[in-house]
Ligand binder design. Structure first.
Ligand SMILES: [Zn+2]
Length: 299
């Protein structure tokens, strides 16, 4: 026992020479893992060359039901920092961090967000899709910048500068979106999407939105839910139903057909497109979705 203790005590001394080239260490970028593609884009934009970024749930992937592979555990194990959304989006992340023996810092991007809650099947649940309101995107930016500065204080000035430029871009995008909806009468601001991912967006721009599936993509809607939704679409004269990049489009497509509506196109809710697609960044995603929604409302 005594021997184990003294060996432990010696360990830092033995390791010290290995860690000696401090300058080289300081210059190597912080290894950051983001839970899903939207956070990866934000974090990469704010971190710049101070970080290297890896993403767990890939582009077009579904963060609600994703499962890590052994390679993902390795990636997380080697990371200095994990950026996650929080608000219950990544139900798998606690177990994963434990399984990966992750020892780095954890940053919850939604830290300062006022969460939206809703009732689903008689249960009160928190809506995790806060990034769809760009004003929350600004809060995410601050939380991520704070986390990066804590982990890489030598880079603080550059990180803060990038974060404030990015926050300004997000705010400008928010104004642009509000301008797009401004000419549309409130009664026409109605949208149906595959799942309930646009609650924050809808609240921000005065839109009534409903998902064919609920807040999560786990579980399928019942035949009764679907019949109700079809009747609702017919009664309210909603013209378009939108499919999402990361969910199965079949149910939404069926609903649209049965209700005499059209499929208004593919919007991006919980994941970006590949870089060369229509929603390769968070800001492009916001603009792309808005363009499709506004187009459908104008008919
Ligand atoms: Zn979702």
């Amino acid at each position: 026992m005594a021997m184990t203790l003294s060996r432990r005590a010696l360990l830092p001394l033995l390791l010290a020479p290995l860690a000696a080239p401090t300058l080289a260490r300081a210059a190597s970028p912080l290894r950051v893992v983001a839970s899903f593609s939207i956070l990866a884009d934000m974090t990469a934009t704010i971190g710049g060359d101070a970080i290297s970024i890896a993403t767990l749930v890939p582009v077009d992937g579904d963060a609600h039901v994703w499962q890590p592979r052994p390679a993902d555990l390795k990636t997380l194990h080697a990371a200095d920092m994990l950026v996650e959304n929080g608000l219950g989006l990544e139900g798998w992340i606690g177990r994963m961090a434990q399984a990966a023996e992750f020892r780095g810092a954890r940053v919850t991007a939604s830290r300062a967000v006022k969460p939206r809650t809703m009732t689903e099947d008689g249960r009160r649940i928190t809506d995790p899709h806060a990034w769809q309101d760009p004003r929350n995107g600004v809060l995410y930016t601050q939380a991520i910048a704070d986390g990066l500065v804590r982990a890489a204080p030598a880079q603080a000035e550059a990180i803060r500068a990038r974060a404030s430029a990015y926050a300004a871009e997000i705010a400008a995008t928010d104004s642009w979106i509000a301008e797009q909806f401004a000419p549309i009468p409130p009664a026409k601001r109605r949208i149906i999407t595959s799942h309930d991912a646009f609650g924050y967006y809808a609240a921000r721009y005065g839109i009534t939105m409903q998902g064919v599936q609920g807040i999560s993509t786990e579980g399928e809607p019942s035949a009764r839910d679907i019949a109700k939704l079809i009747a609702q679409i017919k009664a309210t004269g909603i013209r378009a139903v939108f499919v999402e990049n990361m969910t199965d489009p079949r149910i939404a497509t069926t609903v649209a057909r049965e209700a005499g509506a059209v499929v208004g196109g593919q919007v991006f809710s919980d994941a970006l497109s590949p870089p060369d697609g229509p929603a390769g960044t968070y800001l492009k995603m916001l603009r792309h979705n808005t363009t499709l929604f506004v187009g459908a409302m104008k008919g």
